[in-house]
Structure formats: structure tokens, C-alpha cells
Ligand binder design. Structure first.
Ligand SMILES: Cc1cc2nc3c(=O)[nH]c(=O)nc-3n(C[C@H](O)[C@H](O)[C@H](O)COP(=O)(O)OP(=O)(O)OC[C@H]3O[C@@H](n4cnc5c(N)ncnc54)[C@H](O)[C@@H]3O)c2cc1C
Length: 385
């Protein structure tokens, strides 16, 4: 098993290994950060969950089979933080591209770019920050509590723009996720909950790392950055729903790498991945694993890296391509270009939206509490509790 699973068998093995610790032990230990990179108190399932190599409901079902809800509540709430950020960004899609644009402008400023490079290379002189910058470069992972310190020190002590910091971690994280990454940075910077920023503290860093990591010269005040006006909330996007009667190709993207566990029995003639919808090595490993599983499940051909989905669909007599719902991010952007081109050839591009998202996202409009109070109901509705 790898340290951070990208394949389904590795993710299931990690889940089995972690489940005994997902109850009260997680509640008590989840914020302790080891400097040696072990991270045994947390699941390290994020790279798999982000791509739905394994899905949220599967993780929660397994954990609830081992622990009563009250003991696993903290872990389950963390799983719902991913859902919350996705739902929140889904209702404000422009924020993602706006943040990317702002980061590109900031990177073009030589003084900012120089200071950012020093931080990214772990040359700030703040020992804990430099350690985590190197850990991120080497492993692509940081513990959640370390991410909070890193984002806070970047923003309030180093005085660097949060958008550029978000762009750095998005480029390096093996679980890079437009919603969790962008909105967590905004949360730390004090822009998500108005006026409430997260300020890193040297004593807390020493305590939470068992005195292994230290940070001196940290800002004692959080000077909340100016925010660009937020886009108004828009209605959640209604995906084109699959037509079960049509001969279909299943397209696997990094947004859903276990569709074979979800789609009903329909006329599936081939499964495919396509060249321009994988953005890093982890995406490619997860997609390739998903393709093999899906082809075995539906007993159909697997086409890796198809370069023209229209030609592929016609070759298999298909008039529909089904893929997993793509929330705001690069996959959704690529699909929005693909859909009209396929439509012009008489091929519909439909998205399968999971119940997990469909039921929860309407409660992701305000603070996390709004969603948190719904968790027991949401679990009951899906037969998980
Ligand atoms: C500045 C910053 C940037 C972040 N960027 C990302 C990112 O790009 N991609 C990403 O997946 N997560 C991101 N997170 C959230 C969180 O840090 C990771 O999901 C978590 O550390 C993954 O490790 P784990 O799987 O061991 O988590 P565990 O503690 O085992 O938690 C279980 C699961 O719950 C979810 N989860 C836990 N904490 C959070 C959280 N705070 N927000 C959202 N979901 C959570 C994840 O799916 C995680 O796999 C970010 C947090 C911060 C503060």
C-alpha cells in the first residue's frame, strides 16, 4: 500500500487499516502533527476521495459499521467539510477563475514572486514553515493542521497574497481540489467567515508537533486582506441526466473514478479516458485504475487516452457519453468545451450526479454549521445511519 492511495484496492486497504482509529481516537488525536511524516492519526484518504476512487458514502458506511455515530461524528464531519466546500463553490463558480487570474497577476510582480519563491523553497527562516514547505515539495501532502499554519504564516507573517499561496498548494498537493483548497485559504485569511481569521501561534505549533517544530517571529495580529467583491450566489447547475435507453460510452475523469459502483445497468459499450482531462500523475494513475475496473465490470473495451471522443462514440454506435458530475474546476471547464462539439455530432454528454452531493449541496450556502446540523438526516436519507 502506498502512503497516499490513488488506486481503489490501496484506498480500501487504507480505509480498513484506518477505520479502528476513526472513532474517539480521531477526535482526540487528529490535530497532532508528526514532523516525521507518519500522519497515522489521520486517514490520508484525501487523494482517493478527491477523485472518488473511493466515495464519501463508502467511507462513512465502513466507519459507522465499526463505531457508533457519536464516536465517529468528528471524522464524519470532516468528510462533510469536503462536501461543504464543493457545494459552496458550486454556487459561486466565478470565484475559482477569479482567484486563478489574481494569482497570475501577483506572480507577475517581481518582488512578490521573489518572496513567494523563498517561501515555496523553504527559505523563510521560520523553521516549522520551511519544514512543511519541503514536506509538501517532497510528498505532495500536508496534514490539515499544518496546512492551516502554512496558509496563516504565508498570509499574515510573510504578508504574501493568499491567492498566490492557494495557487502554490494547488499545484503541489496530491489531493489538489479547487473548492477545498481555494476556500480553505480564504477561510484562514478571514474572508470566508467575515472578520474571523486563523492566526498561527508559536506555542501551539510547538505543542501540536510534540515540540518537534518551532516558529519564531510570527505575526501577532491578523491583518485581513482586502477582498474582491464576491460573485452573487447562483442556482446550482442542473446536469444533463443520462438517458438509459441510449448506447453509451462511459468517460472517466479525475472527478469520479468509481462510476462502476454507481451507474445502473444501461447499455454501456465502452469505457474511455481522454488525453486532455488528466492534470497530473496522480490523476493518470487513478484514471487508469478506474478504466481497468470499469471495463471488467461492464465487460466492454477500455480505451485509454482517446483523442477524439466523437469518433470513438460513432465507432461503437453510441449516441451518449456519460461521465461523473464535474464540480467547478478544470474538468468542468474542459467538459463545457467538449459538450457543444459532441452535441453538434448528435452525441449527448450526460453527467451522473451522486446522491451525496445532490442532497447536501443545498445546505452549503451559509456557514458549515448549516450543513453540520443536517448530517444525521443526510446519512439516514442514504441508508447510512
Ligand atoms: C489551506 C488548506 C488547503 C487545503 N487544500 C486542500 C485540497 O486542495 N484538497 C483537499 O482534498 N483538501 C484540502 N484541504 C483540507 C484538508 O487539509 C485535507 O483534506 C486533509 O488534510 C486530507 O488529509 P486526510 O485525508 O488524512 O484527512 P482526514 O483528517 O483523515 O479527514 C478525512 C477526510 O475528510 C476530508 N477533510 C478533512 N479535513 C478537511 C477540511 N479541512 N476541508 C475539506 N475536507 C476535509 C478529506 O476528504 C479527508 O480525506 C486544505 C486545507 C487547508 C487548511
Amino acid at each position: 500500500m502506498t502512503a497516499f492511495p490513488f488506486t481503489r484496492s490501496d484506498a480500501l486497504a487504507r480505509l480498513a487499516q484506518f477505520t479502528p482509529r476513526a472513532g474517539s481516537a480521531y477526535g482526540a488525536r487528529r490535530n497532532f502533527v508528526s514532523a516525521d511524516g507518519d500522519h497515522d492519526d489521520v486517514s490520508r484518504l484525501s487523494a482517493a476521495l478527491r477523485r472518488r476512487v473511493i466515495a464519501e458514502d463508502e467511507v462513512v458506511r465502513t466507519v459507522l459499521a465499526a463505531h457508533p455515530f457519536e464516536r465517529a461524528e468528528k471524522f464524519i464531519a470532516e468528510v462533510f467539510w469536503r462536501t461543504y466546500w464543493k457545494g459552496w463553490l458550486e454556487a459561486r463558480p466565478g470565484l475559482w477563475t477569479q482567484t486563478l487570474g489574481e494569482a497570475a497577476l501577483q506572480q507577475a510582480n517581481p518582488a512578490i514572486a521573489r518572496a513567494a519563491s523563498a517561501a515555496i523553497e523553504g527559505r523563510t527562516g521560520i523553521a516549522a514553515f520551511d519544514h512543511w514547505a519541503r514536506e509538501l515539495a517532497e510528498t505532495g501532502y500536508l496534514h490539515n493542521w499544518a496546512r492551516m499554519q502554512v496558509a496563516s504564516i504565508w498570509t499574515f507573517t510573510l504578508g504574501l497574497p493568499w491567492q498566490l499561496g492557494a495557487s502554490w498548494t494547488y499545484d503541489r498537493l496530491i489531493d489538489a481540489d479547487p473548492a477545498s483548497n481555494t476556500l480553505s485559504w480564504r477561510w484562514v485569511a478571514g474572508l470566508h467567515t467575515a472578520g474571523k481569521a486563523y492566526l498561527a501561534d508559536a506555542d501551539r505549533i510547538a505543542a501540536m508537533t510534540g515540540n518537534q517544530l518551532h516558529a519564531s517571529g510570527l505575526a501577532s495580529l491578523a491583518s485581513i486582506p482586502q477582498d474582491t467583491p464576491l460573485f452573487p450566489r447562483t442556482p446550482l447547475r442542473n446536469p444533463m441526466t443520462p438517458d438509459p435507453a441510449r448506447p453509451t460510452i462511459v468517460l472517466i475523469t479525475p472527478e469520479d473514478c468509481s462510476l462502476e459502483t454507481e451507474l445502473p445497468a444501461i447499455n454501456i459499450r465502452a469505457v474511455a479516458t481522454t488525453q486532455n482531462i488528466a492534470f497530473c500523475g496522480a490523476d493518470r494513475v487513478a484514471q487508469s485504475d478506474a478504466l481497468t475496473r470499469a471495463a471488467a465490470h461492464w465487460q466492454c473495451p477500455a480505451i485509454e487516452n482517446a483523442d477524439d471522443l466523437g469518433t470513438l462514440a460513432r465507432a461503437h454506435g453510441c449516441t451518449q457519453i456519460i461521465t461523473g458530475f464535474a464540480p467547478v474546476g478544470p474538468v468542468a471547464a474542459a467538459l463545457s468545451q467538449l459538450a457543444p462539439a459532441l452535441g453538434a455530432q448528435g452525441i449527448a454528454l450526460a453527467e451522473h450526479q451522486r446522491e451525496w452531493d445532490r442532497l447536501a449541496w443545498p445546505y452549503c450556502t451559509k456557514g458549515f454549521f448549516q450543513l453540520k446540523t443536517r448530517i444525521p438526516d443526510l446519512l439516514r436519507q442514504q441508508g447510512l445511519a
